[in-house]
Structures are given as C-alpha cells and as structure tokens.
Design a protein around this ligand. Structure first.
Ligand code: FES
Ligand code: FES
Length: 160
C-alpha cells in the first residue's frame, strides 16, 4: 500500500492505496464520488474525465498515486456551494446537450478545460477539443452548441 494525500473537490484526503489503483477507482470506490463514471476499459470514451492540477485527464488513465500531492476536481464540485450551476452546466441544460447523460460529467469537465484554454473557440475548435469524449447517444450537435453557448455566457459574466 502507498500513502497518498490529495485535495479532492476542495477537501484534503489521505489514504493508503494499492499502487495499481486507478484514479477513477479511487474517486468512486474510496471517496464515493460516483459522479465520475466509467464508460469503457480502453481509455477511449472520456466519461471519467476530471481535472488534475487544473487540466483535464481521463482518470482511468492515471494512477491514484500519480495524484499524490495534487489537486483533483470532479463534476461534483463544479456548481457553487449554494447550488448555482457553472456556466457550462447551464449551457448543457439550456441547449439540451445531453440525452441519457452518461457521457455528460466527462463532457462538461473537458469543456471547462477547453474554455479555460480557449475562451472563444470556433465550432471546429470545440469539436477538436472534445474529440476524446464519446457520446453513445451521438448528440454531438447539441453538445457543441452547449460549449459555444457557455463561451457566450462566460463573456457576458466577464462583462457584467
Ligand atoms: S472510462 Fe476513462 S476513457 Fe472511458
Ligand atoms: S448523452 Fe448518452 S452517452 Fe452522451
């Protein structure tokens, strides 16, 4: 077992973990953060996307021990404490950017990272930025629309 200390969703946690434990397993099985989901076993779908030290990662592709000393943010703390949704969450809701919702946590975490890097993306840049995230319901059109609308909401917020 290896001891790790990580800041997850703004709380410090310390645990003994198997060196082979994946970050997604740690989040779901040890911390009960089931908002982060597993959609494949091939690192392909992006459903498990979280932020590690501010950048998006597929948490099934990272060992828990690699997060030691780092900061992990999941979909579960994206909204404010008072329940106010993040602009990307608002945009997905308003633009119907989800169908069954299974890919949505990963899509949203990837979209937040994309917009942090590129606050005013073109449609093509959004499609490229989300190419590692698969939606089995195939509603990509509304997902892309949601991200473009979130960029708009962010701009309005910045100008308010
Ligand atoms: S569960 Fe991580 S990429 Fe599919
Ligand atoms: S909304 Fe169903 S998998 Fe994307």
């Amino acid at each position: 077992m290896t001891k790790i200390s990580v800041r997850v969703d703004q709380e410090n946690v310390t645990d003994d973990v198997e060196p082979r434990m994946l970050l997604v397993q740690y989040l779901r099985e040890k911390l009960g953060k089931t908002g982060t989901v597993i959609g494949c076993d091939t690192s392909n779908c992006g459903a498990c996307t979280v932020h590690l030290n501010g950048r998006s990662v597929k948490s099934c592709n990272v060992l828990a021990v690699q997060a030691d000393g780092g900061v992990v943010d999941t979909i579960e703390r994206l909204a404010d404490d008072d329940g106010t949704l993040h602009p990307v969450q608002v945009a997905f809701r308003e633009c119907h950017g989800l169908q069954c919702g299974f890919c949505t946590p990963g899509m949203i975490m990837q979209s937040v990272d994309l917009l942090n890097e590129n606050p005013d993306p073109t449609e093509e840049e959004v499609r490229l930025g989300l190419e590692g995230n698969l939606c089995r319901c195939t509603g990509y059109h509304n997902i892309v629309k949601s991200v473009l609308y979130a960029a708009e909401l962010n701009k309005r917020g910045a100008n308010a």
